[in-house]
Design a protein around this ligand. Sequence first.
Ligand SMILES: Cc1cc2nc3c(=O)[nH]c(=O)nc-3n(C[C@H](O)[C@H](O)[C@H](O)COP(=O)(O)O)c2cc1C
Length: 208
Amino acid sequence: MKKLNLLVIMAILTFSNGISQDIILPEPDREGGIPVMLALNLRHSSREFSPEKLPLQVMSDLLWAACGTTRGSYRTAPSARNFQEISAYVVTEEAVYLYHEKDHYLERLVDGDYREFTGTQPFVKDAPLTIVLVADHSRMGNTTGAARTAYAWADASYISQNIYLYCASADLNTGVRALVDREVLAEKMQLGEGYEIVFAQCVGYPVK
Ligand SMILES: Cc1cc2nc3c(=O)[nH]c(=O)nc-3n(C[C@H](O)[C@H](O)[C@H](O)COP(=O)(O)O)c2cc1C
């Protein structure tokens, strides 16, 4: 009994120290935003970001728009053969997180600020967050060769465009990047074998 009490106390202390530090996102706003034609007209790439952090509700809406769950087990973005092999990782000043779209939360994976490694251009360290789109090849069944890469890059592109349209609607700056040192970033993010970084995409407020 004493042992059990000790375990409970340790769990409480761990939690209150914030060691777990997963981020539970609020419910996303699935009905808001500007008309889609206006968002298309406003969409653009930015290379300047204010360091101001995004409120939790904005992060929630952004990630749901990117690749959140719809119609039960589908997503806001299409995917080849519905593999859903692309995941959104979020790199912030604090840590690297993995977005779990089914339960709509961010799992804290690696402590530390790795934003500077999310691209080869100097502005990448300024944005409060970068979404890194990563393909998990173990989810792509028996697809082989060029089709594997084509599917992963196409599927990531739809998610990227969702991010662009959400940002256009929410007055946020964003820009997708292929210019990424994938080997270095994968090491910093502690990605295992079979994971392929496709794009990185900064999101942040415009500089005032
Ligand atoms: C596949 C892809 C890769 C890109 N990679 C980069 C990049 O590494 N760095 C960058 O600054 N912009 C990158 N861009 C953004 C393009 O330069 C940008 O979309 C283009 O100049 C058109 O501008 P717009 O998006 O404002 O219409 C990329 C765009 C795409 C579609």
